[in-house]
Design a protein around this ligand. Structure first.
Ligand SMILES: [Zn+2]
Length: 282
């Protein structure tokens, strides 16, 4: 099978927060979607202790991801199964099974094989900021950049026929919104040091694609809430009248990246954005 849009991210839930609205709109427009998830997120938090113990978390998050992606009408889900490396500076960083310890050639080969097999018309990966600097986000983002180039080259025939991805995007969390949320006591960034926040996300001026996902906000919310170990109903994002909720549900943002070959301006992500442009687009 092939997919029109392919997400390559690190953890179960990376796809839902910033992209579930676009997945739902894609489905409505007859555009197919796939997700390559590098880990099962087993080093994540457990916000509801009734749902899993730490040893159960990988299986639980795998289940949450499958439920979420069913609701998001995702067409193809592949989990690579590396271990979650945890936040920077935690003991999980040293686990030989984790993504940041994995052999770069091996991870890249998995991605090249998936890209050549699924022949996506647009790929979305993490940029060098990793949104908030999670080591797995930065690692999978860097190797996705590399895999896009290698998938197109006439090398490694064992990994499939070369495929030139026509459009490539980086995940873009608007930095100005992250900075603005510093004053909000319910924000995860409340009172975080400015020098840290100034490296998070992407400046709004760099964002090329603003998509209005408010028409599928209810469905997106339902997708998000499948990640029940990661987001509980008392989280600000889960409160329908909270400004953070409205921001998350109504707008999704990406940065289009240049490729060494001529791309396609009518790629599926651009078509969705053109059909549902966000009003505060820059
Ligand atoms: Zn993540």
């Amino acid at each position: 099978m092939t997919v029109d849009i392919l997400y390559i991210l690190a953890h179960p839930d990376d796809e839902s927060f910033g992209h579930a609205g676009t997945m739902l709109l894609a489905d409505q427009m007859g555009i197919s979607t796939g997700y390559i998830c590098a880990t099962r997120g087993e080093a994540g938090k457990i916000r509801d202790a009734a749902l899993a113990t730490q040893p159960q978390l990988a299986a639980r998050r795998d289940l949450e991801l499958r439920r979420a992606m069913k609701l998001a009408k995702l067409d193809e889900l592949r989990v690579l199964g590396y271990r979650d490396s945890g936040m920077d500076g935690t003991p999980e960083n040293e686990d030989p099974r984790c993504l940041i310890q994995a052999d770069e050639e091996e991870v890249t080969a998995h991605l090249v094989m998936a890209i050549r097999d699924l022949q996506p018309k647009a790929v979305i990966g993490f940029g060098p900021d990793g949104v908030y600097g999670h080591p797995d986000h930065i690692r999978i983002g860097k190797l996705t950049d590399r895999a896009i180039i290698e998938a197109a080259a006439d090398t490694d025939p064992g990994l499939g026929e070369p495929w030139q991805v026509p459009a490539f995007y980086h995940v873009a969390a608007p930095r100005e919104r992250i900075l603005a949320s510093r004053d909000n006591p319910e924000s995860p960034y409340h009172n975080a040091p400015l020098e840290v926040l100034n490296k998070m996300g992407s400046p709004e001026a760099e964002i090329t694609h603003w998509t209005d996902t408010s028409s599928v906000a209810t469905e997106k919310y339902n997708v998000l809430m499948q990640h029940a170990t990661q987001i509980t109903p008392d989280s600000p994002v889960a409160q329908p009248n909270h400004p953070l909720h409205q921001q998350f549900m109504s707008t999704e943002t990406l940065i289009r990246r240049e490729l060494p070959w001529t791309g396609d301006e009518q790629d599926p992500i651009s078509r969705i954005r053109d059909a549902y442009p966000a009003t505060h687009q820059r």
